[in-house]
Write a protein that binds this ligand. Structure first.
Ligand code: HEM
Length: 132
């Protein structure tokens, strides 16, 4: 991903709108809803937003507030199987559409999100993929 280009295309306002649209969907979601803290959805929204502004826009708020992201460690308490990964991606794709992200940066961000989401899977390969 060309971070500078994507950041220029999406802008801070675009990331803010995208993350807002994502978390709007989370509480109602049967897979993701139960994983997120109901009483701190605003905090979750801020953490993901700050992370993306850091990773793609080079802003430092996330590091100042949270330190190193350690994403695998921070996702360890949650069961992330194929279904959870794919649902996260679905909600984020919908969120990018709702936020009006253009096709080109959307494609780049989708690839990036998928790589991270897949890296965060932490339950055995077959779980959630096949109904046994
Ligand atoms: C694969 C499916 C995923 C699931 C089920 C999931 C679930 C969660 C949950 C339940 C939290 C805790 C909410 C909070 O208190 O902040 C969280 C935090 C977070 N997630 Fe995910 N996540 C997924 C994918 C991703 C991806 C793809 C990214 C980044 C591109 C990401 C970035 C983050 C960040 C930055 C935090 C906050 C970390 C912190 O500073 O504590 N997650 N995630």
């Amino acid at each position: 991903m060309n971070e500078e280009k994507v950041f220029a295309q999406v802008g801070e306002a675009g990331f803010t709108a995208m993350v807002k649209a994502f978390y709007k969907r989370v509480p109602e979601d049967d897979i993701l809803g139960p994983m997120y803290p109901k009483d701190d959805m605003e905090g979750s929204e801020e953490r993901l937003r700050d992370f993306l502004l850091m990773r793609i826009g080079g802003k430092t708020d996330y590091i100042e507030k949270r330190g190193h992201p350690r994403l695998r460690m921070r996702h360890a308490p949650f069961q992330i199987n194929f279904r959870a990964r794919d649902r996260w991606m679905k909600l984020m794709d919908e969120a990018m559409d709702e936020a009006g992200i253009d096709e080109e940066p959307k494609r780049e961000l989708h690839k990036f999100f998928f790589e991270v989401a897949d890296f965060l899977r932490n339950v055995p390969e077959t779980e959630g993929r096949f109904k046994i």
